[in-house]
Design a protein around this ligand. Structure first.
Ligand code: SF4
Ligand code: SF4
Length: 91
């Protein structure tokens, strides 16, 4: 069995949830999420599902995407229970 690597030995992009704050992945994707605040219920599930930690919860309870870290994977859009996150194709 191979020895597990320490965090300091991993390549950029290989480190899971939240540690990716060190790496701006915002220019990776071809799509980006847009939240419809008229439909958002403030459930915050998108915040917890985002693998990049790119969705923050504001003081008013709504979530907000930090596009510097969003890689456009669409997981937030898929998991949103009221389907109020639309993935927009970058131009
Ligand atoms: S598309 Fe959504 S889940 Fe994926 S990185 Fe961007 S904010 Fe996170
Ligand atoms: S998952 Fe959807 S409804 Fe829930 S906070 Fe995020 S955008 Fe709003």
């Amino acid at each position: 069995m191979s020895k597990l690597k320490k965090k300091s030995e991993l390549e950029p992009g290989a480190i899971p949830f939240k540690s990716s704050k060190e790496y701006e992945t915002g220019d990776w994707g071809i799509t980006y999420p847009k939240i419809d605040y008229n439909k958002c219920t403030k459930c915050t599930l998108c915040h917890f599902f985002c693998p990049e930690g790119a969705i923050n919860v504001r003081e008013d309870g709504y979530t907000e995407v930090d596009y510097r870290y969003c890689k456009g994977c669409g997981i937030c859009s898929h998991e949103c229970p009221v389907k109020c996150i639309e993935m927009i194709v970058k131009k």
